[in-house]
Design a protein around this ligand. Structure first.
Ligand code: 13P
Length: 244
């Protein structure tokens, strides 16, 4: 399977910025050996879907509500994202777990809502620095997988160590490889054969300069990119570094 390079714009992006960036991705996409996904803020999902119409670059949301509709002021549902042109949605990002107190059970409910709406969920897991230092990283991630994924999960998993997000620090290649092997084993144990083929992305301070080494590691099926996804040259630099 081709690797997936996904951009999580987080709470960044304007109409002007989006148009320039998306045009650049659209122009470069055909020559790439990987799949591209952009996850702009909800205000720009429809804009991105229109700008990328007819290209292979996919569009995703950054979160959705667990319910398809109703009295939930300020929230956005999975069917709304689908209606706006999204095909994917990021769920359980550590910033949502921290800023909005999202639990594994809530993430699991959101995954079900996403799948019901025809979206491919990208479920984020990852340990804090204290948990890694305390030797609990693998147990924490196993617990997040167990709590967030149903037995029939068929989406993407993103391993994002919380301490590597936006810090410029990354785990060693050996640590990334070990965690991805652990996640693969957990997916196979819990999901059976279905767990063998799911993409496992790495996220946390991925840049053009470290992407080739990270993307070459076994069981790394792509990257979930934050800051570097906001600059076309950087995002495409990462995409060009994949093993193809
Ligand atoms: P950075 O690439 O900015 O570290 O962010 C990673 C991330 O959280 C992507 O979801």
């Amino acid at each position: 399977m081709r690797q997936l390079i996904a951009g999580n714009w987080k709470m960044n992006g304007s109409l002007t910025m989006a148009r320039g960036l998306l045009d650049a991705l659209r122009a470069a996409d055909a020559a790439l050996g990987c799949d591209l996904l952009v996850c702009p803020p909800a205000t720009l999902v429809s804009v991105a879907a229109h700008a990328l119409l007819g290209s292979r670059v996919a569009v995703g949301g950054q979160d959705c509500h667990a319910k398809p509709a109703g009295a939930h002021t300020g929230d956005i549902s999975a069917p709304m994202l689908r209606d706006a042109g999204a095909s994917h949605v990021i769920l359980g990002h550590s910033e949502r777990r921290a800023d909005h107190g999202e639990s594994d059970a809530l993430v699991r409910a959101k995954v079900a809502a996403a799948v019901a709406a025809g979206l491919l969920p990208i479920v984020c897991v990852g340990e804090t620095e204290a948990q890694r230092v305390g030797g609990q990283a693998e147990a924490v991630v196993a617990g997040q997988l167990a709590g967030s994924l149903a037995e029939d999960f068929a989406g993407v998993v993103a391993y994002e160590p919380v301490w590597a997000i936006g810090t410029g620090r990354t785990p060693t290649e050996a640590d990334v490889a070990a965690m991805h092997a652990h996640i693969r084993a957990e997916l196979e144990r819990r999901l059976g054969a279905g767990g063998a083929g799911l993409r496992i992305l790495y996220g946390g301070s991925v840049k053009p300069s470290n992407a080739a080494a990270l993307m070459a590691l076994p069981e790394v099926g792509g990257a979930l990119v934050g800051g570097a996804s906001l600059v076309a040259e950087d995002f495409l630099g990462i995409a060009r570094a994949v093993r193809g």
